[in-house]
Design a protein around this ligand. Structure first.
Ligand SMILES: Cc1cc2nc3c(=O)[nH]c(=O)nc-3n(C[C@H](O)[C@H](O)[C@H](O)COP(=O)(O)OP(=O)(O)OC[C@H]3O[C@@H](n4cnc5c(N)ncnc54)[C@H](O)[C@@H]3O)c2cc1C
Length: 423
Protein backbone atom coordinates (compact mmCIF):
# COMPACT_ATOMS: atom_id res chain seq x y z
CA UNK A 1 0.00 0.00 0.00
CA UNK A 2 2.81 2.42 1.06
CA UNK A 3 4.81 1.43 -2.03
CA UNK A 4 1.78 2.07 -4.26
CA UNK A 5 1.30 5.50 -2.64
CA UNK A 6 5.00 6.36 -3.10
CA UNK A 7 4.82 5.24 -6.75
CA UNK A 8 1.76 7.43 -7.26
CA UNK A 9 3.44 10.47 -5.62
CA UNK A 10 6.61 9.89 -7.68
CA UNK A 11 4.61 9.69 -10.89
CA UNK A 12 2.68 12.85 -10.09
CA UNK A 13 5.93 14.64 -9.17
CA UNK A 14 7.62 13.50 -12.43
CA UNK A 15 4.57 14.53 -14.44
CA UNK A 16 4.53 18.04 -12.86
CA UNK A 17 8.27 18.44 -13.52
CA UNK A 18 7.72 17.36 -17.12
CA UNK A 19 4.87 19.86 -17.47
CA UNK A 20 6.91 22.65 -15.86
CA UNK A 21 9.88 22.11 -18.21
CA UNK A 22 7.48 21.83 -21.12
CA UNK A 23 5.95 25.16 -20.13
CA UNK A 24 9.36 26.77 -19.67
CA UNK A 25 10.47 25.67 -23.14
CA UNK A 26 7.15 26.79 -24.66
CA UNK A 27 7.59 30.15 -22.93
CA UNK A 28 11.21 30.34 -24.13
CA UNK A 29 9.98 29.76 -27.70
CA UNK A 30 7.25 32.36 -27.16
CA UNK A 31 9.81 34.92 -26.02
CA UNK A 32 12.67 33.57 -28.19
CA UNK A 33 13.26 36.92 -29.89
CA UNK A 34 12.41 39.30 -27.08
CA UNK A 35 12.45 38.18 -23.52
CA UNK A 36 10.08 40.24 -21.35
CA UNK A 37 11.96 43.01 -19.57
CA UNK A 38 11.44 43.14 -15.81
CA UNK A 39 12.62 46.39 -14.24
CA UNK A 40 13.02 46.55 -10.46
CA UNK A 41 12.89 49.97 -8.79
CA UNK A 42 15.05 50.00 -5.66
CA UNK A 43 17.89 47.76 -4.52
CA UNK A 44 16.81 47.88 -0.87
CA UNK A 45 15.38 44.81 0.88
CA UNK A 46 12.26 44.33 -1.27
CA UNK A 47 13.92 45.10 -4.61
CA UNK A 48 17.14 43.15 -4.00
CA UNK A 49 15.12 40.14 -2.76
CA UNK A 50 13.12 40.16 -6.01
CA UNK A 51 16.41 40.30 -7.93
CA UNK A 52 17.74 37.39 -5.89
CA UNK A 53 14.69 35.19 -6.68
CA UNK A 54 14.26 36.33 -10.29
CA UNK A 55 17.96 35.81 -11.06
CA UNK A 56 17.12 32.08 -11.35
CA UNK A 57 15.03 32.86 -14.43
CA UNK A 58 17.28 35.06 -16.57
CA UNK A 59 16.96 32.69 -19.52
CA UNK A 60 13.29 33.65 -19.50
CA UNK A 61 13.37 37.36 -18.62
CA UNK A 62 15.71 40.35 -18.94
CA UNK A 63 16.35 41.78 -15.52
CA UNK A 64 17.25 45.41 -14.76
CA UNK A 65 17.53 46.93 -11.28
CA UNK A 66 17.67 50.68 -10.72
CA UNK A 67 18.64 52.50 -7.52
CA UNK A 68 19.56 56.13 -6.97
CA UNK A 69 22.36 55.00 -4.67
CA UNK A 70 25.44 53.03 -5.68
CA UNK A 71 26.01 52.10 -2.05
CA UNK A 72 23.13 50.70 -0.02
CA UNK A 73 23.01 51.69 3.63
CA UNK A 74 20.57 49.44 5.49
CA UNK A 75 18.10 50.64 8.13
CA UNK A 76 18.24 47.27 9.93
CA UNK A 77 21.20 47.50 12.31
CA UNK A 78 21.46 51.30 11.84
CA UNK A 79 20.34 51.63 15.48
CA UNK A 80 23.31 49.46 16.43
CA UNK A 81 25.60 51.96 14.70
CA UNK A 82 24.00 54.73 16.80
CA UNK A 83 24.56 52.62 19.93
CA UNK A 84 28.24 52.09 19.04
CA UNK A 85 27.76 48.30 18.81
CA UNK A 86 28.98 48.24 15.21
CA UNK A 87 30.52 50.61 12.68
CA UNK A 88 28.64 52.39 9.86
CA UNK A 89 30.79 50.47 7.34
CA UNK A 90 29.15 47.24 8.63
CA UNK A 91 25.75 48.35 7.27
CA UNK A 92 27.00 49.77 3.97
CA UNK A 93 27.06 47.57 0.86
CA UNK A 94 27.99 47.92 -2.80
CA UNK A 95 25.67 45.38 -4.46
CA UNK A 96 27.35 42.66 -6.53
CA UNK A 97 24.53 41.35 -8.70
CA UNK A 98 25.02 38.51 -11.20
CA UNK A 99 26.63 39.55 -14.48
CA UNK A 100 23.44 38.95 -16.48
CA UNK A 101 21.54 41.49 -14.34
CA UNK A 102 21.87 45.13 -15.33
CA UNK A 103 22.34 47.50 -12.38
CA UNK A 104 21.61 51.14 -13.22
CA UNK A 105 22.47 53.85 -10.71
CA UNK A 106 19.97 56.63 -11.38
CA UNK A 107 16.88 58.21 -9.87
CA UNK A 108 13.41 57.45 -11.24
CA UNK A 109 11.64 60.77 -11.79
CA UNK A 110 8.40 59.55 -13.30
CA UNK A 111 6.72 56.27 -14.20
CA UNK A 112 4.55 56.57 -17.29
CA UNK A 113 2.24 53.59 -16.74
CA UNK A 114 0.38 54.12 -20.00
CA UNK A 115 3.50 54.03 -22.20
CA UNK A 116 5.30 51.54 -19.87
CA UNK A 117 8.25 53.90 -19.62
CA UNK A 118 10.41 55.19 -16.79
CA UNK A 119 11.80 58.68 -17.06
CA UNK A 120 15.05 59.72 -15.45
CA UNK A 121 16.60 63.19 -15.24
CA UNK A 122 17.16 64.84 -18.63
CA UNK A 123 16.01 62.87 -21.65
CA UNK A 124 16.95 59.32 -20.67
CA UNK A 125 14.25 56.71 -20.21
CA UNK A 126 13.77 52.97 -19.85
CA UNK A 127 10.98 50.76 -21.20
CA UNK A 128 9.59 47.81 -19.29
CA UNK A 129 7.22 44.92 -19.78
CA UNK A 130 6.82 44.41 -16.04
CA UNK A 131 7.78 46.89 -13.36
CA UNK A 132 8.39 45.98 -9.71
CA UNK A 133 8.50 48.95 -7.34
CA UNK A 134 10.16 48.79 -3.95
CA UNK A 135 11.07 52.41 -3.20
CA UNK A 136 10.56 52.17 0.58
CA UNK A 137 8.95 55.04 2.46
CA UNK A 138 8.23 58.70 1.90
CA UNK A 139 6.94 61.23 4.42
CA UNK A 140 3.53 62.76 4.97
CA UNK A 141 3.24 66.44 4.10
CA UNK A 142 1.43 67.34 7.27
CA UNK A 143 3.75 66.61 10.18
CA UNK A 144 3.92 68.00 13.73
CA UNK A 145 3.51 71.80 13.63
CA UNK A 146 6.89 73.54 13.35
CA UNK A 147 8.72 70.36 12.33
CA UNK A 148 10.14 69.66 8.86
CA UNK A 149 11.43 66.24 7.74
CA UNK A 150 14.06 68.06 5.68
CA UNK A 151 15.64 69.84 8.66
CA UNK A 152 18.40 67.26 9.04
CA UNK A 153 20.79 69.71 10.62
CA UNK A 154 18.65 70.54 13.65
CA UNK A 155 16.41 67.55 13.93
CA UNK A 156 17.69 64.51 12.02
CA UNK A 157 15.41 61.45 11.83
CA UNK A 158 17.69 58.77 10.28
CA UNK A 159 14.71 56.69 9.16
CA UNK A 160 15.57 55.94 5.54
CA UNK A 161 19.13 54.70 5.17
CA UNK A 162 20.53 57.97 3.82
CA UNK A 163 23.89 59.33 4.99
CA UNK A 164 22.64 60.99 8.16
CA UNK A 165 23.99 58.79 10.95
CA UNK A 166 27.26 60.70 11.36
CA UNK A 167 25.40 63.94 11.98
CA UNK A 168 22.97 62.20 14.34
CA UNK A 169 25.85 60.76 16.39
CA UNK A 170 27.68 64.10 16.45
CA UNK A 171 24.59 65.62 18.02
CA UNK A 172 24.44 62.85 20.62
CA UNK A 173 28.15 63.21 21.32
CA UNK A 174 27.72 66.91 22.09
CA UNK A 175 25.26 66.15 24.92
CA UNK A 176 26.45 66.85 28.45
CA UNK A 177 25.87 65.44 31.93
CA UNK A 178 22.17 65.46 33.00
CA UNK A 179 20.96 65.96 29.43
CA UNK A 180 17.42 65.27 28.31
CA UNK A 181 16.56 63.50 25.05
CA UNK A 182 13.00 63.58 23.69
CA UNK A 183 11.81 61.00 21.17
CA UNK A 184 8.45 61.30 19.45
CA UNK A 185 7.15 57.94 18.16
CA UNK A 186 4.46 57.98 15.44
CA UNK A 187 1.19 56.09 15.27
CA UNK A 188 0.95 52.95 13.09
CA UNK A 189 1.62 52.16 10.31
CA UNK A 190 5.29 53.06 9.97
CA UNK A 191 8.54 51.36 9.00
CA UNK A 192 9.67 48.82 11.62
CA UNK A 193 7.27 48.97 14.62
CA UNK A 194 9.87 48.20 17.36
CA UNK A 195 12.58 50.48 15.90
CA UNK A 196 11.75 53.68 17.92
CA UNK A 197 12.17 51.70 21.17
CA UNK A 198 15.33 49.97 19.98
CA UNK A 199 16.58 53.43 19.04
CA UNK A 200 15.89 54.69 22.59
CA UNK A 201 17.88 51.72 23.93
CA UNK A 202 20.78 52.42 21.58
CA UNK A 203 20.84 56.14 22.43
CA UNK A 204 20.97 55.07 26.09
CA UNK A 205 23.82 52.68 25.29
CA UNK A 206 25.70 55.48 23.54
CA UNK A 207 25.23 57.94 26.43
CA UNK A 208 26.12 55.28 29.02
CA UNK A 209 29.38 54.83 27.09
CA UNK A 210 30.03 58.57 27.48
CA UNK A 211 29.70 58.12 31.22
CA UNK A 212 27.13 60.84 31.68
CA UNK A 213 23.73 60.97 33.37
CA UNK A 214 20.78 61.31 31.00
CA UNK A 215 17.02 61.06 30.70
CA UNK A 216 15.27 59.76 27.58
CA UNK A 217 11.55 60.54 27.33
CA UNK A 218 9.63 58.66 24.66
CA UNK A 219 6.43 60.50 23.78
CA UNK A 220 4.20 58.07 21.95
CA UNK A 221 1.23 58.64 19.65
CA UNK A 222 0.07 55.13 20.63
CA UNK A 223 -1.13 53.57 23.86
CA UNK A 224 1.00 50.47 23.49
CA UNK A 225 3.78 49.08 21.30
CA UNK A 226 5.24 45.78 20.19
CA UNK A 227 7.32 43.85 22.77
CA UNK A 228 6.43 46.60 25.29
CA UNK A 229 6.80 44.55 28.47
CA UNK A 230 10.20 43.22 27.43
CA UNK A 231 11.46 46.70 26.52
CA UNK A 232 10.21 48.20 29.80
CA UNK A 233 11.86 45.41 31.81
CA UNK A 234 15.14 45.61 29.91
CA UNK A 235 15.28 49.42 30.31
CA UNK A 236 14.70 49.19 34.04
CA UNK A 237 17.34 46.49 34.50
CA UNK A 238 20.02 48.05 32.30
CA UNK A 239 19.43 51.81 32.48
CA UNK A 240 17.55 52.22 35.79
CA UNK A 241 15.04 55.07 35.51
CA UNK A 242 16.81 56.76 32.60
CA UNK A 243 14.24 55.79 29.94
CA UNK A 244 10.62 56.76 30.43
CA UNK A 245 7.73 55.96 28.09
CA UNK A 246 4.68 58.25 27.93
CA UNK A 247 1.56 56.76 26.32
CA UNK A 248 -0.82 58.77 24.14
CA UNK A 249 -3.48 58.83 26.86
CA UNK A 250 -0.95 60.24 29.35
CA UNK A 251 0.00 63.10 27.02
CA UNK A 252 2.39 61.28 24.67
CA UNK A 253 1.15 62.83 21.45
CA UNK A 254 3.38 65.72 20.37
CA UNK A 255 1.54 68.42 18.47
CA UNK A 256 4.10 71.26 18.16
CA UNK A 257 7.86 71.58 17.89
CA UNK A 258 10.01 74.61 18.55
CA UNK A 259 13.78 74.74 18.89
CA UNK A 260 14.67 72.68 21.99
CA UNK A 261 11.07 72.21 23.06
CA UNK A 262 7.91 70.32 22.17
CA UNK A 263 4.27 70.70 23.20
CA UNK A 264 1.96 67.76 23.72
CA UNK A 265 -1.74 67.58 22.87
CA UNK A 266 -2.58 68.72 26.43
CA UNK A 267 -0.65 71.94 25.70
CA UNK A 268 2.19 71.05 28.11
CA UNK A 269 5.66 72.32 27.22
CA UNK A 270 8.58 69.87 27.49
CA UNK A 271 12.15 71.06 27.00
CA UNK A 272 14.96 68.84 25.75
CA UNK A 273 18.62 69.04 24.74
CA UNK A 274 18.15 66.72 21.78
CA UNK A 275 14.77 66.31 20.13
CA UNK A 276 14.27 63.34 17.84
CA UNK A 277 10.99 63.23 15.94
CA UNK A 278 10.27 60.06 13.97
CA UNK A 279 8.17 61.39 11.11
CA UNK A 280 4.77 60.18 9.90
CA UNK A 281 5.23 58.04 6.80
CA UNK A 282 3.59 56.95 3.56
CA UNK A 283 4.70 55.09 0.40
CA UNK A 284 7.83 56.19 -1.49
CA UNK A 285 7.64 59.62 -3.18
CA UNK A 286 8.03 58.35 -6.76
CA UNK A 287 4.72 56.47 -6.42
CA UNK A 288 2.78 59.70 -5.74
CA UNK A 289 4.79 61.73 -8.28
CA UNK A 290 3.70 59.13 -10.86
CA UNK A 291 0.07 59.14 -9.63
CA UNK A 292 0.05 55.38 -9.00
CA UNK A 293 -1.53 55.52 -5.56
CA UNK A 294 -4.42 57.51 -4.13
CA UNK A 295 -4.09 56.61 -0.41
CA UNK A 296 -1.02 56.57 1.86
CA UNK A 297 0.04 53.03 0.91
CA UNK A 298 -0.22 51.12 -2.39
CA UNK A 299 -3.24 48.90 -2.81
CA UNK A 300 -2.12 45.54 -4.18
CA UNK A 301 -3.48 42.10 -4.91
CA UNK A 302 -1.80 40.26 -1.98
CA UNK A 303 -1.41 37.02 -3.94
CA UNK A 304 0.50 38.57 -6.85
CA UNK A 305 1.53 42.02 -5.49
CA UNK A 306 0.13 43.53 -8.67
CA UNK A 307 -0.93 47.13 -8.19
CA UNK A 308 -4.70 47.68 -8.26
CA UNK A 309 -5.60 49.32 -11.62
CA UNK A 310 -2.17 48.79 -13.23
CA UNK A 311 -1.82 45.27 -14.55
CA UNK A 312 1.92 45.21 -15.34
CA UNK A 313 3.11 47.12 -12.27
CA UNK A 314 3.88 45.35 -9.01
CA UNK A 315 4.85 46.76 -5.61
CA UNK A 316 6.45 45.20 -2.55
CA UNK A 317 7.99 46.12 0.81
CA UNK A 318 7.22 49.16 2.92
CA UNK A 319 5.28 50.99 0.20
CA UNK A 320 2.40 48.51 0.13
CA UNK A 321 -0.60 47.98 2.35
CA UNK A 322 0.21 44.39 3.33
CA UNK A 323 -2.72 43.90 5.73
CA UNK A 324 -1.54 42.55 9.08
CA UNK A 325 2.13 42.32 8.06
CA UNK A 326 4.43 44.94 9.61
CA UNK A 327 6.75 47.02 7.46
CA UNK A 328 10.09 45.28 7.89
CA UNK A 329 13.01 44.00 5.84
CA UNK A 330 12.05 40.45 6.83
CA UNK A 331 8.47 41.00 5.57
CA UNK A 332 9.74 42.62 2.35
CA UNK A 333 11.89 39.55 1.63
CA UNK A 334 9.01 37.17 2.35
CA UNK A 335 6.69 39.15 0.05
CA UNK A 336 9.36 39.41 -2.67
CA UNK A 337 9.60 35.62 -2.86
CA UNK A 338 5.87 35.26 -3.59
CA UNK A 339 5.81 38.22 -5.97
CA UNK A 340 8.74 36.79 -7.97
CA UNK A 341 7.43 33.22 -8.18
CA UNK A 342 3.94 34.33 -9.12
CA UNK A 343 5.30 36.74 -11.75
CA UNK A 344 7.16 33.79 -13.31
CA UNK A 345 3.94 31.76 -13.05
CA UNK A 346 2.13 34.55 -14.88
CA UNK A 347 4.77 34.62 -17.64
CA UNK A 348 4.54 30.82 -17.90
CA UNK A 349 0.74 31.05 -17.85
CA UNK A 350 0.60 28.79 -14.79
CA UNK A 351 -1.65 29.03 -11.72
CA UNK A 352 -0.61 31.21 -8.80
CA UNK A 353 0.85 29.91 -5.54
CA UNK A 354 -1.27 30.43 -2.46
CA UNK A 355 1.15 32.29 -0.19
CA UNK A 356 2.21 31.97 3.43
CA UNK A 357 4.43 34.74 4.80
CA UNK A 358 6.80 35.06 7.72
CA UNK A 359 8.28 37.92 9.72
CA UNK A 360 10.79 38.03 12.56
CA UNK A 361 11.78 41.30 14.19
CA UNK A 362 14.81 41.34 16.50
CA UNK A 363 15.42 44.26 18.85
CA UNK A 364 18.53 45.09 20.87
CA UNK A 365 18.41 46.64 24.34
CA UNK A 366 22.19 46.87 24.86
CA UNK A 367 25.40 45.08 23.85
CA UNK A 368 24.72 41.37 23.30
CA UNK A 369 21.08 41.55 24.45
CA UNK A 370 18.29 40.98 21.94
CA UNK A 371 14.75 39.60 21.84
CA UNK A 372 12.31 38.93 19.04
CA UNK A 373 8.79 38.38 17.79
CA UNK A 374 7.97 35.97 14.96
CA UNK A 375 4.63 35.97 13.13
CA UNK A 376 3.08 33.95 10.33
CA UNK A 377 0.57 35.17 7.77
CA UNK A 378 -1.73 33.86 5.03
CA UNK A 379 -4.46 35.21 2.80
CA UNK A 380 -8.02 35.54 4.12
CA UNK A 381 -10.73 33.42 2.52
CA UNK A 382 -11.58 36.05 -0.08
CA UNK A 383 -7.85 36.34 -0.91
CA UNK A 384 -7.83 40.13 -0.74
CA UNK A 385 -6.02 40.65 2.57
CA UNK A 386 -2.97 39.27 4.36
CA UNK A 387 -4.01 38.15 7.85
CA UNK A 388 -2.07 36.98 10.86
CA UNK A 389 -1.95 33.26 11.69
CA UNK A 390 -0.33 33.83 15.09
CA UNK A 391 2.95 34.82 16.64
CA UNK A 392 5.52 33.85 19.20
CA UNK A 393 7.67 36.21 21.24
CA UNK A 394 10.78 35.89 23.44
CA UNK A 395 9.97 35.34 27.10
CA UNK A 396 9.47 38.44 29.24
CA UNK A 397 11.69 37.02 31.98
CA UNK A 398 14.45 36.10 29.54
CA UNK A 399 17.63 34.95 31.21
CA UNK A 400 20.95 36.48 30.22
CA UNK A 401 21.89 33.54 28.02
CA UNK A 402 18.56 33.73 26.15
CA UNK A 403 19.14 37.41 25.33
CA UNK A 404 22.74 36.67 24.30
CA UNK A 405 21.62 33.75 22.11
CA UNK A 406 19.02 35.96 20.40
CA UNK A 407 21.59 38.69 19.76
CA UNK A 408 23.74 36.07 17.98
CA UNK A 409 20.69 34.92 15.99
CA UNK A 410 19.98 38.54 15.01
CA UNK A 411 23.54 38.98 13.72
CA UNK A 412 23.20 35.61 11.93
CA UNK A 413 19.98 36.76 10.19
CA UNK A 414 21.51 40.11 9.18
CA UNK A 415 24.75 38.62 7.85
CA UNK A 416 22.91 35.94 5.92
CA UNK A 417 20.34 38.26 4.27
CA UNK A 418 22.85 40.98 3.34
CA UNK A 419 25.24 38.35 1.90
CA UNK A 420 22.43 36.80 -0.17
CA UNK A 421 21.25 40.19 -1.44
CA UNK A 422 24.48 42.11 -1.92
CA UNK A 423 27.18 39.42 -2.25
C1 LIG B 1 15.91 52.31 12.44
C2 LIG B 1 15.36 51.17 11.67
C3 LIG B 1 15.68 49.87 12.04
C4 LIG B 1 15.16 48.79 11.33
N1 LIG B 1 15.47 47.52 11.73
C5 LIG B 1 14.93 46.45 11.09
C6 LIG B 1 15.25 45.13 11.51
O1 LIG B 1 16.01 44.90 12.45
N2 LIG B 1 14.66 44.10 10.84
C7 LIG B 1 13.81 44.30 9.79
O2 LIG B 1 13.31 43.30 9.24
N3 LIG B 1 13.50 45.55 9.36
C8 LIG B 1 14.05 46.62 9.97
N4 LIG B 1 13.76 47.91 9.54
C9 LIG B 1 12.79 48.11 8.42
C10 LIG B 1 13.46 47.98 7.05
O3 LIG B 1 14.48 48.91 6.91
C11 LIG B 1 12.45 48.21 5.93
O4 LIG B 1 11.24 47.56 6.24
C12 LIG B 1 12.98 47.68 4.59
O5 LIG B 1 14.13 48.39 4.26
C13 LIG B 1 11.91 47.79 3.51
O6 LIG B 1 12.43 47.47 2.25
P1 LIG B 1 12.01 48.31 0.95
O7 LIG B 1 12.60 47.61 -0.21
O8 LIG B 1 10.56 48.57 0.98
O9 LIG B 1 12.70 49.74 1.17
P2 LIG B 1 14.25 50.09 1.24
O10 LIG B 1 15.02 48.97 1.80
O11 LIG B 1 14.33 51.42 1.90
O12 LIG B 1 14.68 50.25 -0.29
C14 LIG B 1 14.23 51.30 -1.11
C15 LIG B 1 15.28 51.58 -2.17
O13 LIG B 1 14.69 52.33 -3.23
C16 LIG B 1 15.58 53.33 -3.65
N5 LIG B 1 14.78 54.40 -4.26
C17 LIG B 1 13.73 55.07 -3.70
N6 LIG B 1 13.21 55.94 -4.58
C18 LIG B 1 13.93 55.84 -5.72
C19 LIG B 1 13.87 56.48 -6.99
N7 LIG B 1 12.97 57.43 -7.25
N8 LIG B 1 14.78 56.12 -7.95
C20 LIG B 1 15.72 55.17 -7.69
N9 LIG B 1 15.82 54.54 -6.50
C21 LIG B 1 14.93 54.86 -5.53
C22 LIG B 1 16.31 53.77 -2.38
O14 LIG B 1 17.57 54.35 -2.66
C23 LIG B 1 16.44 52.43 -1.63
O15 LIG B 1 17.67 51.78 -1.88
C24 LIG B 1 14.29 49.02 10.21
C25 LIG B 1 13.98 50.32 9.84
C26 LIG B 1 14.50 51.39 10.56
C27 LIG B 1 14.16 52.80 10.14
Amino acid sequence: MIKKKRFFINSVFKLSLFLLFNQISTAKKLYAKTKPKVVVLGAGFGGASCISYLSNFTDLIDLVVVDKNKWIKTCPFSNLVIGNLIDESNITFKPKFNKNIKFVVSEFKFIDAERKKILFDGKSSLDYDFLIMSPGIGYKKKQIEGYSVDDDKNIPHCWDGENKITNFKKRLDSLENNCKVIISAPDYPYRCPPAPYERASMIANFLTGKNIKFKILIFDSKNSFTKKNIFLKEWKEIYGNSIEWVSKKKGGQISRFEKKKVFNSNGEKIEGDFIHIIPEQKAGKIIFDSKLCSSNWCKINPQTFQLSNFKDIYAVGDSVDAGDMPKSAFSAESQAKILSLNLINRILQKGYLNPVFLNTCYSFSSNDRAFSITSWYKLNTTKDKIVSLGSSQSSEDGLNNERIRESKEAFGWYESITKTLYG
